[in-house]
Design a protein around this ligand. Structure first.
Ligand code: HAM
Length: 450
């Protein structure tokens, strides 16, 4: 009798629960505001990233990967000296004699790459997307981290307004596809290079007599970056802003025509939106169109801006490239996953092979390769431990199937298949094992997802 013959599948001991106590003897922790994303959680990220790629590739966007570190001056120049990001949130350091910064966002690097590689000479319109970590030294809270992840799109070479409307519609449809409810899509126009200074001046004229009522931050911004006052959540600022001139009233004819056409396209597409003349965003490179998508669904909490973007027609020229009308957006992955709530994503189904003894172990490695060649994931338990321990692990991994091989199976050119979900077992010829396992697993996965 081999140990297999007297094995009867029964309830197995559960794995010990995870330990959440801090380890007293360990001195290392992830940096505050920077998180590990462990298996179990990472599947939701992958699912989100797949959905994003799927969506934007349908619109002709192609992936670009740029360095995480760029010259500090690139961000100062593009995001703007008087912005919160540049003033207080960047992770900047000097390496040898170079002033470098961990990217706080993806647009500056994408435009730098566009200009550096003369992309405009290869194609009149460029559609790029990216995903990856960004770094901002903000005060950590739910939905606000110091290392966070964005997906984003940049469309360069098209002055709009049809491309503006298409981008906003793509975004809204993407959120709808994810099943995120309570969506609010806010749009605005800041006008072009001529409007912005006029609007700033009108705002300063409105706020200067009320300066003493403003928060301390906004009193400072009144001279450095008055538009940001519109973004303030401070009640004193909100009161002072009431009755301020609307940027829409100050648009010149071209800006106004651009803005109105966007709205016409959005109406035609049936894209829900709310025009809000007070929408401003924390980056100085914007001109004309601005938009933001918010939701208070799921576990979002106070950080309800899931994504935002806008037109940045002057940025390429600002960093030394050709004048290139452009528009883009970025979404915060963590916030979107919070908005999606507690949904779980199933890990890829996996088959466990449990070999007992050395001969079985080498057979298991060969069989695992055969099964993987059929596109099925396999984990061989190579620890040389007891069958019970291996089956416990198979259960913990959620493996629907375990292949058990002992000496007698090797001698008889057979394997045992244990259907862990159905609690039954069968003996299969070794020669047929890989195809059998693959078809059983595919049937089990199809049953599970249907
Ligand atoms: P942003 O509004 O600064 O725009 O960031 C876009 C999104 O990233 C936010 O709506 C939010 O979901 C997420 N996010 C920002 N900061 C954090 C944080 N500290 N923790 C977690 N999530 C965060 C940009 O970054 C522009 N580059 C968007 C763009 C692209 N405009 C034109 N092209």
């Amino acid at each position: 009798m081999t140990p297999l013959d007297d094995f009867r599948y029964g309830p197995l001991d559960p794995l010990p629960p995870p330990v959440h106590k801090p380890r007293a003897d360990m001195n290392f922790r992830a940096i505050k505001g920077m998180n590990d994303i462990l298996p179990g959680e990472v599947e939701r990220w992958q699912q989100f990233e797949r959905a994003f790629r799927d969506t934007v590739e349908l619109f002709g966007y192609r992936e670009i990967r740029t360095p995480i570190v760029e010259p500090t001056s690139l961000f100062v120049r593009s995001i703007g000296e008087a912005t919160d990001i540049v003033e207080k949130e960047m992770y900047s350091f000097t390496h040898h004699d170079d002033a470098l910064t961990l990217r706080p966002e993806g647009t500056a690097g994408a435009v730098r790459a566009f200009v550096e590689h003369h992309i405009d000479q290869r194609e009149p319109v460029t559609r790029w997307y990216y995903l990856g970590p960004m770094f901002r030294g903000e005060r950590p809270a739910r939905g606000r981290y110091r290392q966070f992840y964005q997906v984003g799109c940049e469309l360069m070479g098209d002055p709009g307004p049809a491309s503006d409307a298409e981008m906003i519609d793509m975004l809204v449809r993407f959120f709808q596809r994810l099943g995120i409810g309570q969506l609010e899509v806010v749009v605005n126009s800041l006008g072009g290079p001529a409007t912005r200074p006029r609007y700033k001046q009108a705002l300063v004229e409105h706020l200067t007599p009320r300066a003493s009522q403003l928060s301390e931050d906004s009193q400072r911004r009144l001279t450095t970056n008055p538009l940001r006052i519109l973004d303030s959540k401070d009640e004193r600022d909100i009161a002072a802003i009431a009755g301020a001139p609307s940027v829409i009233d100050l648009l010149d004819d071209e800006d106004r025509a651009h803005w109105q056409k966007i709205l016409t396209y959005l109406e035609r597409l049936g894209t829900p939106y709310r025009a809000d003349p007070q929408l401003v965003r924390g980056l100085d490179y914007y001109s004309r169109t601005l938009f933001e998508v918010r939701s208070s669904a799921g576990l979002v909490g106070a950080q309800n801006a899931l994504g935002g973007g806008g037109r940045y027609d002057g940025l390429a020229a600002e960093i030394g490239g050709p004048a290139t009308p452009s528009i883009g957006f970025a979404l915060g992955i963590e916030r979107i996953l919070l908005a999606m709530g507690d949904q779980t994503a199933a890990p890829r189904p996996i088959v466990m092979i449990a070999p007992i003894g050395e001969r079985a172990s080498s057979e298991a490695l060969v069989l695992a390769r055969e099964i993987r060649d059929l596109g099925v994931a396999v984990d061989v338990d190579t620890r040389g431990t007891s069958l019970r321990a291996m089956l416990r692990r198979a259960n913990a991994l959620g493996a629907p199937l375990c292949v058990v091989i002992g000496d007698s199976e090797v001698d008889a050119a057979q394997v045992q298949l244990k259907d862990l979900a159905g609690h039954n077992q069968s003996v299969v010829a070794r020669a047929d094992a890989a195809t059998q396992v693959a078809s059983l697993l595919k049937a089990a996965s199809a049953g599970g997802s249907g």
